[in-house]
Every structure is written in structure tokens, then in C-alpha cells.
Design a protein around this ligand. Sequence first.
Ligand SMILES: [Cu+2]
Length: 280
Amino acid sequence: MLLLRLLTAVAALLVVAAAGPALADAGQPTEWQLGFQNSVTPVMDNITWFHNFLLYVITAIVIFVLALLVIVIMRFNVRANPIPSKTTHHTLIEVAWTVVPVLILVVIAVPSFRLLFYQLNIPQADLTVKATGKQWYWSYAYPDNGKFEFDSLMLQDKDRKAGQPRLLSVDNEIVVPVNKVIRVQTTASDVIHSFAVPSFGIKIDAIPGRLNETWFKAEREGVYYGQCSELCGKNHAYMPIAVRVVSDREFAAWVEDAKKKFAGDISRPVLAAAQAQRAD
Ligand SMILES: [Cu+2]
């Protein structure tokens, strides 16, 4: 009976696991999601592969250790083995349990370092976006597209339209072209924030007085969401990141629009009012 229930639970989990990634295609977390959000960049493809690879390795190790424990419990308890052996050393086993874990670590280290270098070596970029973390919103600048800069604030519940997710949608999204290498530079104007978009496999600190950089190449159009990922104060949870990936033509049109829309600085009093409203 118990076994049957266990099997049902495992089957249910597998169904959810299979459905999870399909639901996660939205570029945001989904209910009953297991694992990562769906990948849209080569870096995230690699991270997902590495994660799954490690899952196989650790599953094998756990099963092996469990099997050893079960053998010890069954064969060497006081009833099955009343007179214990006095053996204390076995050179071959000792060498094996040192060498085998080292080999496993080497097998893990090779793809791990390859992935690390892939993330850190920024390829020739087609476009640069600068993200500045502020308490508590992001500002974005497009230094090679007309030097405009704009603030991106989370949409309040009353301002959200149908299909715009709660706590993730913003008034001004980052817009980038599809299949282009985007260099993201991050900094902050007050405290440390962190710029993270799970579907892109990027997460990088935004530090006052420093310029960090990372990159992504989104391979599917859509809107992808992220959040500030460094505890930065009271409204840390309310400074989401929304990236809209569009075609080259749509991007060019957006740039022309943005140049006019964001000409000059956004009025600080408006921003201060928005902040004050959120403070309650
Ligand atoms: Cu923050």
C-alpha cells in the first residue's frame, strides 16, 4: 500500500517535471515548475546541461552510498554477525576511496571550468546596455544608440494590463534585438544590487563605483524577467528586470522612439513621488 502511494507520488512528480519546462517558456517562474526556467541563450543552455550532468553524478553517488549502508546494516548487525572481525586496514580500498573521488572531481571540473570561461570571456558585442541599480529601480542606458537613459519601475497592481505578471512587469522594459551579442554593464548609485535574468543565465553584481560586465545572446523573441538578486534594502523585492527581445527592425524603430521619449532626464520629482507612494 505504502509502496503504491510512493510510486503514485513519483509518477506525479515526473509528470510535473515533464510539464514544467513547457510552462516555463514564459520567461518567468511558473506554478509547479521544477528545475530552471527555459533557456534562451547559449550560456543558459550550457548551465542547464551542466546542472543535469551533475544531477546524474550525484544520483549515482547517493545510490552507491545508500547501497553500502544497507549492506552494512543487514550483514553486520549484532544478530547477523555476533562476533565482529578485528580488521582495521585494507590498503587497496583506502587507495580506491581516495583516487575514485579525485577522478570524479576531475570529471566535474573540466566542463565546469569550460563553462566558467565561456561565461566570462565576452565575445565581440553588437550592442551595449548599461544597467544602473538604484534604491529601488533600475536605470538603463544605451551608450552606442544615442546616449539616452531611462528609469524602469515596477508596475503597481492598478497599472498592470492582462498578461503582465505581478511583481515582474515594469513601465519601461529593456529592448534588445534577437540573436545579437549584448554586452551588459552594471553599476549602482547607492548600495550593491545584482542584475539577474534566469532565462539568460546571467547574474552579476551592480556595485557603486565599479563597472561589471557580462553578456547574453537571446535566441528567441519574447519578454524575459529577472529580479535584483542582492539584498539591497526595503524594496529589494520590488525592482524587477524585464527584457523584451525583438527583431532587428522592431529594435531600430524602438531606438528612434526612445531617443525622443527619453530625451533629457526623467523628471526627478515624478520619480520621488513614485518612490514615496511605494514607501507606505
Ligand atoms: Cu537591488
